[in-house]
Design a binder for this molecule. Structure first.
Ligand code: ADP
Length: 191
């Protein structure tokens, strides 16, 4: 089973690349953000709770994120493997993750980090908001807040996977297909 974490700040292109990866390798895409947005749209109790955090650019609780992951794994028991997009986002989530995956007879193969400058991220997210209509993309102030939270809370997870010998980075600026080729080379090395 192949388990890949696609990592990077908001706006790095994780969603775009995930789509290409799942098509090529027949993996299941698990995006905690996407699950949360669907829950908000459906106004489930999870969605109503999550919306307070997400619209302001804050993270939801670790418990909430971990519950989503467990449920998604339960829903796709016969999969070849997974792309995790937007999870783990805290050291706590990363530490819990291996234990969770081991119950599904797997472990993380590699974390692939998309690297970009902050100003490029802000421009991308502002453009994305025109199509996505995501409230957390539409205000520059909220975008900067998400980048700040990423820098404070999330970026250090790289060190955790580096210490396990499971970390690779890719420049996130350039042609989508060129970035994708680099990602494929990494996936093949770790599979
Ligand atoms: P992006 O990478 O563009 O910020 P995502 O779709 O991954 O967007 O996530 C959207 C929002 O959902 C995040 O800003 C956060 O509020 C919440 N979220 C997603 N995944 C997690 C997680 N693992 N832990 C906590 N909050 C999360």
């Amino acid at each position: 089973m192949l388990n890949i974490i696609l990592f990077g700040p908001p706006g790095a292109g994780k969603g775009t690349q995930s789509q290409k990866i799942i098509d090529k390798y027949k993996l299941v895409h698990i995006s905690t953000g996407e699950v949360l947005r669907k829950a908000i749209e459906a106004q489930t109790s999870l969605g109503i709770e999550a919306q307070k955090y997400i619209d302001d650019g804050n993270y939801v609780s670790d418990d909430m994120a971990i519950e989503i992951i467990k449920e998604e794994l339960d829903n796709h028991k016969n999969s070849n493997g997974f792309i995790f997009d937007g999870f783990p986002r805290t050291t706590f989530q990363a530490q819990k993750f291996s234990g969770i995956l081991s119950k599904y007879s797997g472990d993380v193969n590699v974390m692939i980090s998309l690297e970009l400058e902050e100003n490029d991220l802000v421009e991308r997210l502002k453009n994305r908001s025109k199509e996505s209509g995501r409230p957390d993309d539409s205000k520059e102030e909220i975008i900067w807040k998400r980048i700040e939270i990423y820098n404070q809370t999330t970026v250090q997870i790289k060190d955790y996977y580096k210490s396990l010998g499971k970390y690779e980075s890719v420049n996130g600026i350039g042609e989508i297909d060129v970035i994708f080729d680099k990602i494929c080379a990494i996936i093949e090395k770790y599979s």
